[in-house]
Design a protein around this ligand. Sequence first.
Ligand code: SF4
Length: 361
Amino acid sequence: MKHLSEYRDGKIAALLIEKIKKVCRNNWTIMEVCGGQTHTICQYGIQEILPKEINLVHGPGCPVCVTPLEQIDKSIAIAKLPDVILCSFGDMLRVPGSRSDLLEARAEGFDVRMVYSPLDCLKICKDNPDKKIVFFAVGFETTAPANAMALWQARKQKIDNFYMLVSHVTVPPVLEAVLQNEDSNIQGFLAPGHVCAIMGTGQYQYLSAKYKVPIVVTGFEPLDLLEGIYICIEQLENGHHELCNQYKRMVKNEGNKAALEIISEVFQPDDRLWRGIGMIAESGYKLSEQYKKYDAETMFLVENIQTSESPICISGEILLGRKKPAQCPAFATACTPQTPLGATMVSDEGTCQAYYKYRKE
Ligand code: SF4
């Protein structure tokens, strides 16, 4: 398939691997930030074909994985309120809360629906004027424009039975938290190409200069990742630290102007709790003043949310690049995609699921 197979070409991959081998002389640890990149790395065996000096660790860029347990429990509690239809993406319905998940709420008879776009909720609102439709909005900067558009449309169309439970997070603050961690041994980053396609590269330029670390904005196909790793290793070996854009076919330095405008109209920065990681200042979004009336958190006061994580799960350590799934005692035994103990095993972008699918040994 054009524009896909050309980024999976074995001959070009072999040339890139040769270039990496030639330039790499020391031990280096690089974090790929996005769960989509982690899945490509595992699926194509990229870690295995790299020189043994290069250690790839996996980052926090899986939206389902970092959504706090408290928000999942809250979504389940809201779904069980009278006259509510709770909507979200398929992945979110399966993520375990403290005691159950949204699919179990549906099995108990509550109206929980999977949607493919937040805009689907507007039709559900019109078809069910006597119900309150709540969209559980999770994700990074990539899903924020569509979620913002759904609220913008709701406001324009005067739909007043639509609410959003917002759990949006943003990448640069969590990268800064990783960089500030004293135990971190990460020396270079492959930044998430799709997030930069929306937001541009400015914040990554700032982080690269402040922490003197190479950051390469990288795509998601095997050749993208190999090229990103090559650029990163070349910088490390030569003592450079710059922001580079490997994913020029998608990412402009200034980002996507229309998407940025709608995000800034509907959302404003907010402190956010990251599952397994903790609270990070200004690391996500809440609704702006003019969209406050759509906020499910203020509309539905659900109390007594008492969260409890699996005591075995080390997904927080995995999301920060400190551990890998095989270091978890439950990996592929008590914890599998059918019986997940943590979100990194549930999500299609989760590191534990990637290792289970492609590297179970
Ligand atoms: S294998 Fe399961 S229990 Fe272990 S860290 Fe991953 S999600 Fe958590």
